[in-house]
Write a protein that binds this ligand. Structure first.
Ligand code: ADP
Ligand code: MG
Length: 248
């Protein structure tokens, strides 16, 4: 992929926790407008890598490049401002507010951050825009329900709508189907695939089968190292990957 096709890239990124090297020289390019899944067994370093992409942690070495710009060491809120959003790490819902209110609050925060509140039209359209986002995640029928009344899977979908309120270029999700029923999992996977039509999505998942059918690219981490990367077909036929996932 050319630099233009790459939205975010890590160059030789490593992460050290005391004497423990959790990530070792990870160089990966995440293509624009695609769904990339980071997979690997528990303890592989997936969440640590996710934290590099989201800005939650600063690398111990190497660089993070977003849209051609070196963003290594920027603060988490700077990552948010340049268009990187994450879901499922910290629950950012107001439980006693309705689904619609939760999304509207997120939209309002986004609008006022950019001083768009001066434009009446920006505020006037908030309710409709919030409904649009609820429709995007399949919650249009739950608009007037309080967040805490929603089923687990629906709360997670609402979190996605809240993340989308900032109109991110990159949406990051760490194990979005954790704790979900098989049906909720199918719904969520379908939703994630739909989101990719309009933006770049990076998913972290330890269940390999789950992401194989929907991902454009797969990055496999193992013991903090880059084990393999490629299309789902490349990964399925990779001997090292087979060995790592044997019995799963
Ligand atoms: P995964 O998400 O693939 O299960 P993690 O990225 O959470 O793996 O963890 C990778 C390794 O780094 C694990 O061995 C874990 O114990 C270690 N680790 C993660 N975060 C910390 C931390 N804050 N301090 C010390 N060790 C950590
Ligand atoms: Mg993890």
């Amino acid at each position: 992929a050319s630099t233009h096709d790459t939205l975010i890239e890590t160059r030789n990124v490593s992460k050290r926790f005391g004497g423990f090297l959790a990530l070792k020289d990870i160089s990966v390019r995440i293509p624009r407008g695609k769904l990339t899944s980071i997979i690997g067994p528990n303890g592989a370093g997936k969440s640590t890598y996710f934290n590099m992409l989201s800005g939650a942690h600063t690398p111990s070495g190497g660089q993070v490049i977003f849209d051609g710009q070196d963003i290594t060491g920027l603060k988490p809120h700077d990552f948010a401002h340049i268009g990187i959003a994450k879901s499922f790490q910290i629950t950012n819902l107001f439980p006693r507010f309705t689904a619609l209110e939760n999304v509207r609050i997120a939209l309002q925060a986004h609008v006022s951050r950019y001083g768009l509140w001066r434009k009446r039209s920006a505020l006037a359209g908030l309710e409709e825009r919030a409904m649009d986002l609820l429709r995007t995640v399949g919650l249009q029928d739950r608009a007037r329900h309080r967040a805490h009344e929603l089923a687990h899977g629906q709360q997670r979908s609402l979190e996605i709508a809240v993340a989308l309120a900032a109109d991110p270029k990159l949406l990051l999700m760490d194990e979005p189907t954790a704790g979900m029923s098989p049906e909720e999992t199918r719904t969520m996977m379908h939703l994630i695939r739909e989101l990719v039509e309009a933006r770049t999505v990076v998913l972290v998942e330890h269940k390999m089968k789950m992401v194989m059918g929907i991902s454009d690219r797969i990055v496999v981490l193992h013991h903090g190292e880059l084990l393999a990367e490629g299309t789902p077909d490349d990964i399925r036929s990779d001997e090292q990957v087979k060995r790592v996932y044997l019995g799963q």
